[in-house]
Ligand binder design. Sequence first.
Ligand code: ADP
Ligand code: MG
Length: 736
Amino acid sequence: MSKNKSSESVKVVVRCRPLNRREESNGPAGSIVKMDIRLGQVILRNPRATASEPQKTFTFDAVYDANSKQRDLYDESVRPLIDSVLAGFNGTIFAYGQTGTGKTYTMMGAWMDPEKRGVIPNAFDHIFTHISRAQSDRQYLVRASYLEIYLEEVRDLLDPNHGNARALELRENPDSGVYVSDLTSCVCKSIKEIEEVMNVGNQARAVGATDMNEHSSRSHALFLITVECSQPGPDGRKHIRVGRLNLVDLAGSERQAKTGVQGERLKEAAKINLSLSALGNVISALADGRSSHVPYRDSKLTRLLQDSLGGNAKTVMVATLGPSPQHYDETLTTLRYANRAKNIQNQPRVNEDPKDALLREFQMEIARLRAQLHHRKWRSKQKKEQVDGEDWEGDGDEETDGEEEKAVEEYVKLEEQRLEREKQDIREDQFMLADEKQRLLGEKERMMGDLRKEQEATEQLTAKYKAMESKLLVGGKNIMDHTNEQQKMLEMKRHEIAEQSSSEREIQQQMLVQDEETVELRETFTSLQQEVEAKTKKLKKYLKLYAKLQCIKAEIQDVNDEHVRSRQELEQTQNELTRELKFKYLIIENFIPPEEKNKIMSRLNFDTEEDQWKFQPLVPAESKSLQMKKRPASAVGYKRPISQYARVAIAMGPHSRYRAENIMFLELDMTPPNTASLDRSTDSEPNQSPSLDGSPTKEGGVRKSRSWCQTPKSITSSSSNVSLAACHTATPMTAQ
Ligand code: ADP
Ligand code: MG
């Protein structure tokens, strides 16, 4: 599984862009960044410093000044990494720096101008040129994905409804590390296709830029290319190597304090910058070497770059600087981070025969389709030869696909002709009965239909097979127009020159270190003159050491200042958040009943995978249907359960038997008493109760104002229909 398990450090290169027109017009202060390309050093001048203060010097793997060409950076610093990816390593290139310092320019550049094409388009060229020149026993599968991280959410830029799509989740797999689940991945067969993928993604990003203020500078974009290569190993079996390339264009790294935002905006900025500060913390923790905990989980970006920083990958960091004196602090911070990143050790290894290689699946599917197709053709051929009366055995395997196809076509044609002939014979046969003729003709028709269906199925299978096969790129095939020998030689020479200059730089750097360390001190002096010389040398050495000490002191002071600054920022954010928290507590304490609060608390649990609190469902999904309470039979058609008695009362209408029961809604009838009828009743039957029979002349002292029961809307249940009907007929009898 693993090869070449040695560790290597992250390669850090620095690039400084030219002064822009606005900066030039600001005054003659000029650039604060000087570069020694030969030594790979950046010398930074503090515009506010006194003349005696030493300048700060940083050494990197390579530096590129304002006059540097895109091609130089690619050939010297990126080409070896892409070669490693093509050999099956994981590779990452990320641009880091303040907004407007040329991250996007370095990564993407200007597409149309070959001189200004950035790392990404040059990498496309490189990958497909390599495939076109590879040996023909190699098969390649190239896939591309494009995503962005905006406001701590991972979004698929190739998803057609990117704007409304839900945020994607990150998952971890012991084989391939951290990955984004459900991310769109497009198989690309040529430079044109992969460029198309890039354009589609860029457009999705551009839409965001117009909708949201400063979107583009606040989202991190990751273009992922997976190159799978299958080649026969010494054991005769095909082995697959998978190289994954991450091309990352980060958002600007300016500090929150610089943006001068407060309150809500500050919190938003804190969230936006979360990824970058988390990246800084990860770099510090890894470079330090002493921290046992590396906070990868603090942000989506650091989780995605987990393998690239301290894991299984080769990584190049391009730190971009602006030369303007205005941005001295940011430039210094960028240089510090870049300087720290040099110490990160990665353990890259070749990904050989991983379980999730798509190429293997493709190869198996192609082999299956091929076998199916072969079988069909063989069957057709066999039939043809039976028709022709030839012996078909023995010469099957040697025929090419083209010959096979021709044989099948011929067979189909012959069969059609034969069936047509037979149909004609049947029609012309005068001794046959009409029914029999019809039957035989129908049969022949059916046979012809079967033949056509068979042919269509074979054609479909062939198309599927060809489509599948075309996705795999075979080494050495001319997928590019300009792959001539001269160009190949030119590229090799360029590669050699780049390698030479980088080794020259390494030697120069080593010599510089040795120079400082090996100042020879002779202890024996033959003359006063010699003694003076030796002591002067010694003095010079001490002076040098003293200067170095001053530098380091200044450095310590700077680092302290920076820590104080970032602590102040953190404190400010913390104060904001505490205030917010107190506010929320106040609302919870005063407006949410404690039992409700407890219910909510008991349902909450923390999802470590997604790094957020989540509600547990009230009822577990599987037992939901079982636990669903059934509507009581007494409530069918009503808003609420209702007693049998009340239902009968509704059914009976204004029957006198139920009138007095409804005491809640009875109102006194305040009409004055009729003295005449009172007199009469006292005369005849003094004990007779009035108004029980419901006759209109004997209206009682109370009257029903309205029914408290709602009228049933519609009674769907058949059982309640029956019971109601039964009540309707039964009640009058019992009442009488
Ligand atoms: P970032 O992505 O870091 O915010 P950009 O890449 O958008 O910055 O660069 C800002 C501007 O500076 C662009 O107009 C770009 O063309 C220009 N620029 C950056 N780097 C260079 C360079 N090395 N040479 C020429 N122009 C550059
Ligand atoms: Mg940018």
